[in-house]
Ligand binder design. Structure first.
Ligand SMILES: [Zn+2]
Length: 230
Protein backbone atom coordinates (compact mmCIF):
# COMPACT_ATOMS: atom_id res chain seq x y z
CA UNK A 1 0.00 0.00 0.00
CA UNK A 2 1.41 3.43 -0.87
CA UNK A 3 2.32 5.62 2.09
CA UNK A 4 0.60 9.01 2.34
CA UNK A 5 3.09 11.78 1.51
CA UNK A 6 4.22 14.15 4.24
CA UNK A 7 3.00 17.73 4.21
CA UNK A 8 4.85 20.50 5.96
CA UNK A 9 2.81 23.61 5.31
CA UNK A 10 0.43 23.15 8.27
CA UNK A 11 2.99 22.62 10.96
CA UNK A 12 5.40 25.19 9.55
CA UNK A 13 2.94 28.01 10.34
CA UNK A 14 3.21 28.14 14.12
CA UNK A 15 6.79 26.92 14.16
CA UNK A 16 7.90 29.67 11.80
CA UNK A 17 6.17 32.24 14.01
CA UNK A 18 7.87 30.84 17.13
CA UNK A 19 11.32 30.73 15.53
CA UNK A 20 10.90 34.22 14.10
CA UNK A 21 9.95 35.59 17.52
CA UNK A 22 12.92 33.92 19.22
CA UNK A 23 15.28 35.05 16.46
CA UNK A 24 14.10 38.63 16.88
CA UNK A 25 14.64 38.39 20.62
CA UNK A 26 18.17 37.05 20.27
CA UNK A 27 19.29 39.39 17.49
CA UNK A 28 17.91 42.61 18.95
CA UNK A 29 18.95 41.97 22.56
CA UNK A 30 22.38 40.57 21.69
CA UNK A 31 23.00 43.54 19.38
CA UNK A 32 21.98 45.92 22.13
CA UNK A 33 24.32 44.23 24.60
CA UNK A 34 27.22 44.10 22.14
CA UNK A 35 26.76 47.77 21.26
CA UNK A 36 26.72 48.88 24.87
CA UNK A 37 29.63 46.61 25.81
CA UNK A 38 31.61 48.07 22.89
CA UNK A 39 31.14 51.52 24.47
CA UNK A 40 32.90 50.18 27.61
CA UNK A 41 29.81 50.24 29.81
CA UNK A 42 29.71 48.68 33.29
CA UNK A 43 27.73 45.61 34.36
CA UNK A 44 24.73 47.55 35.69
CA UNK A 45 24.28 49.34 32.36
CA UNK A 46 24.59 46.08 30.44
CA UNK A 47 22.04 44.20 32.57
CA UNK A 48 19.67 47.16 32.52
CA UNK A 49 19.93 47.54 28.75
CA UNK A 50 19.36 43.82 28.20
CA UNK A 51 16.31 43.65 30.48
CA UNK A 52 14.85 46.86 29.05
CA UNK A 53 15.44 45.51 25.54
CA UNK A 54 13.70 42.26 26.43
CA UNK A 55 10.63 43.95 27.90
CA UNK A 56 10.37 46.65 25.22
CA UNK A 57 10.78 44.14 22.42
CA UNK A 58 8.26 41.66 23.85
CA UNK A 59 5.68 44.43 24.34
CA UNK A 60 6.20 45.82 20.88
CA UNK A 61 5.93 42.38 19.30
CA UNK A 62 2.69 41.74 21.22
CA UNK A 63 1.21 45.12 20.25
CA UNK A 64 2.18 44.79 16.60
CA UNK A 65 0.84 41.27 16.35
CA UNK A 66 -2.38 42.15 18.16
CA UNK A 67 -3.11 45.08 15.86
CA UNK A 68 -2.30 43.18 12.71
CA UNK A 69 -4.23 40.02 13.60
CA UNK A 70 -7.20 42.05 14.94
CA UNK A 71 -7.59 43.95 11.71
CA UNK A 72 -7.45 40.66 9.84
CA UNK A 73 -10.13 39.26 12.17
CA UNK A 74 -12.29 42.37 11.61
CA UNK A 75 -12.05 41.93 7.87
CA UNK A 76 -13.00 38.25 8.14
CA UNK A 77 -15.95 39.04 10.41
CA UNK A 78 -17.21 41.74 8.04
CA UNK A 79 -16.91 39.36 5.09
CA UNK A 80 -18.86 36.68 6.95
CA UNK A 81 -21.54 39.17 7.97
CA UNK A 82 -21.99 40.28 4.35
CA UNK A 83 -22.17 36.64 3.30
CA UNK A 84 -24.80 35.87 5.94
CA UNK A 85 -26.88 38.81 4.74
CA UNK A 86 -26.65 37.68 1.11
CA UNK A 87 -27.63 34.13 2.06
CA UNK A 88 -30.72 35.40 3.84
CA UNK A 89 -31.77 37.89 1.20
CA UNK A 90 -30.52 36.50 -2.06
CA UNK A 91 -30.41 32.75 -1.67
CA UNK A 92 -31.01 31.89 -5.30
CA UNK A 93 -28.05 33.95 -6.42
CA UNK A 94 -25.85 32.47 -3.68
CA UNK A 95 -26.70 28.92 -4.76
CA UNK A 96 -25.71 29.69 -8.33
CA UNK A 97 -22.57 31.50 -7.14
CA UNK A 98 -21.34 28.47 -5.21
CA UNK A 99 -22.17 26.09 -8.07
CA UNK A 100 -20.23 28.38 -10.46
CA UNK A 101 -17.20 28.15 -8.19
CA UNK A 102 -17.28 24.34 -8.40
CA UNK A 103 -17.68 24.48 -12.16
CA UNK A 104 -14.58 26.67 -12.35
CA UNK A 105 -12.73 24.12 -10.27
CA UNK A 106 -13.56 21.42 -12.78
CA UNK A 107 -16.94 19.86 -11.89
CA UNK A 108 -19.65 19.35 -14.49
CA UNK A 109 -22.53 21.81 -14.11
CA UNK A 110 -25.05 19.20 -12.96
CA UNK A 111 -22.73 17.75 -10.35
CA UNK A 112 -21.67 21.25 -9.22
CA UNK A 113 -25.29 22.24 -8.62
CA UNK A 114 -25.83 19.04 -6.64
CA UNK A 115 -22.66 19.51 -4.54
CA UNK A 116 -23.60 23.11 -3.88
CA UNK A 117 -27.13 22.05 -2.86
CA UNK A 118 -25.96 19.38 -0.45
CA UNK A 119 -23.26 21.52 1.12
CA UNK A 120 -25.62 24.46 1.55
CA UNK A 121 -28.31 22.28 3.08
CA UNK A 122 -25.72 21.07 5.55
CA UNK A 123 -24.09 24.44 6.38
CA UNK A 124 -24.67 27.25 3.92
CA UNK A 125 -22.52 29.89 5.60
CA UNK A 126 -19.70 27.42 6.22
CA UNK A 127 -19.68 26.34 2.57
CA UNK A 128 -19.50 29.93 1.35
CA UNK A 129 -16.89 30.90 3.94
CA UNK A 130 -14.65 28.03 2.85
CA UNK A 131 -15.10 27.92 -0.89
CA UNK A 132 -15.92 31.52 -1.73
CA UNK A 133 -14.01 33.53 0.89
CA UNK A 134 -11.26 30.99 1.57
CA UNK A 135 -11.75 31.12 5.35
CA UNK A 136 -11.38 28.00 7.46
CA UNK A 137 -11.63 27.25 11.15
CA UNK A 138 -7.92 26.33 11.43
CA UNK A 139 -6.84 29.63 9.90
CA UNK A 140 -9.16 31.74 12.00
CA UNK A 141 -7.36 34.84 13.26
CA UNK A 142 -6.92 34.89 17.06
CA UNK A 143 -5.40 38.25 18.07
CA UNK A 144 -4.78 37.66 21.78
CA UNK A 145 -3.27 34.24 21.23
CA UNK A 146 -1.01 35.59 18.49
CA UNK A 147 0.07 38.55 20.66
CA UNK A 148 0.93 36.37 23.66
CA UNK A 149 2.79 33.88 21.50
CA UNK A 150 4.97 36.55 19.88
CA UNK A 151 5.75 38.20 23.19
CA UNK A 152 6.64 34.86 24.80
CA UNK A 153 8.87 33.65 21.97
CA UNK A 154 10.63 37.02 21.74
CA UNK A 155 11.26 36.98 25.51
CA UNK A 156 12.57 33.41 25.34
CA UNK A 157 15.08 34.40 22.67
CA UNK A 158 16.06 37.62 24.45
CA UNK A 159 16.59 35.77 27.74
CA UNK A 160 19.76 34.12 26.43
CA UNK A 161 21.87 37.28 25.90
CA UNK A 162 20.16 38.95 28.89
CA UNK A 163 21.22 36.13 31.25
CA UNK A 164 24.77 36.27 29.96
CA UNK A 165 25.11 39.96 30.88
CA UNK A 166 24.64 39.00 34.52
CA UNK A 167 27.71 36.80 34.91
CA UNK A 168 30.07 36.76 31.91
CA UNK A 169 33.29 38.72 32.68
CA UNK A 170 33.04 42.20 31.17
CA UNK A 171 36.21 41.83 29.08
CA UNK A 172 34.76 38.73 27.37
CA UNK A 173 31.21 40.04 27.02
CA UNK A 174 31.27 40.92 23.31
CA UNK A 175 32.84 37.63 22.24
CA UNK A 176 30.69 35.39 24.46
CA UNK A 177 27.38 37.14 23.73
CA UNK A 178 27.90 37.33 19.99
CA UNK A 179 29.32 33.81 19.60
CA UNK A 180 26.62 32.11 21.70
CA UNK A 181 23.87 34.12 20.02
CA UNK A 182 25.10 33.24 16.55
CA UNK A 183 25.31 29.58 17.57
CA UNK A 184 21.73 29.66 18.84
CA UNK A 185 20.53 31.42 15.70
CA UNK A 186 22.21 28.75 13.56
CA UNK A 187 20.66 25.92 15.57
CA UNK A 188 17.17 27.43 15.39
CA UNK A 189 17.53 28.22 11.71
CA UNK A 190 18.43 24.57 11.16
CA UNK A 191 15.49 23.34 13.26
CA UNK A 192 13.04 25.54 11.35
CA UNK A 193 14.49 24.40 8.03
CA UNK A 194 14.30 20.77 9.14
CA UNK A 195 10.66 21.09 10.23
CA UNK A 196 9.81 22.74 6.93
CA UNK A 197 11.58 20.03 4.93
CA UNK A 198 14.11 22.58 3.57
CA UNK A 199 17.91 22.60 3.51
CA UNK A 200 19.48 22.71 7.01
CA UNK A 201 22.57 24.60 5.94
CA UNK A 202 20.66 27.24 4.02
CA UNK A 203 18.27 27.79 6.95
CA UNK A 204 21.13 28.13 9.42
CA UNK A 205 23.28 30.34 7.19
CA UNK A 206 20.48 32.81 6.45
CA UNK A 207 19.66 33.71 10.08
CA UNK A 208 23.30 33.66 11.16
CA UNK A 209 24.24 36.10 8.43
CA UNK A 210 21.60 38.65 9.45
CA UNK A 211 22.37 38.21 13.14
CA UNK A 212 26.08 38.79 12.55
CA UNK A 213 25.31 41.87 10.48
CA UNK A 214 23.09 43.35 13.23
CA UNK A 215 25.72 42.75 15.94
CA UNK A 216 28.52 44.15 13.78
CA UNK A 217 26.46 47.30 13.19
CA UNK A 218 25.74 47.96 16.87
CA UNK A 219 29.31 47.03 17.86
CA UNK A 220 30.53 49.68 15.41
CA UNK A 221 28.17 52.30 16.84
CA UNK A 222 29.02 51.36 20.43
CA UNK A 223 32.71 51.54 19.65
CA UNK A 224 32.34 55.01 18.15
CA UNK A 225 30.50 56.26 21.25
CA UNK A 226 33.01 54.58 23.53
CA UNK A 227 35.87 56.36 21.75
CA UNK A 228 34.10 59.72 21.83
CA UNK A 229 33.19 59.40 25.52
CA UNK A 230 36.63 58.20 26.63
ZN1 LIG B 1 -21.62 33.57 -1.30
Amino acid sequence: MPKPEKHFSQRIGWLRAAVLGANDGIVSTASLVVGIAAANAGRTELVLAAVAGLVAGAMSMAAGEYVSVSSQADTEAADLERERFELENNERYERKELADIYVQRGLERELAVEVSRQLMDHDALGAHARDELGLSETHKARPLQAALASAATFAAGAALPALLTAFVPLENMIVVVSASSLLFLAIMGAIAARAGGASLLKGAARVTFWGALAMAATAGIGHLFGVVAA
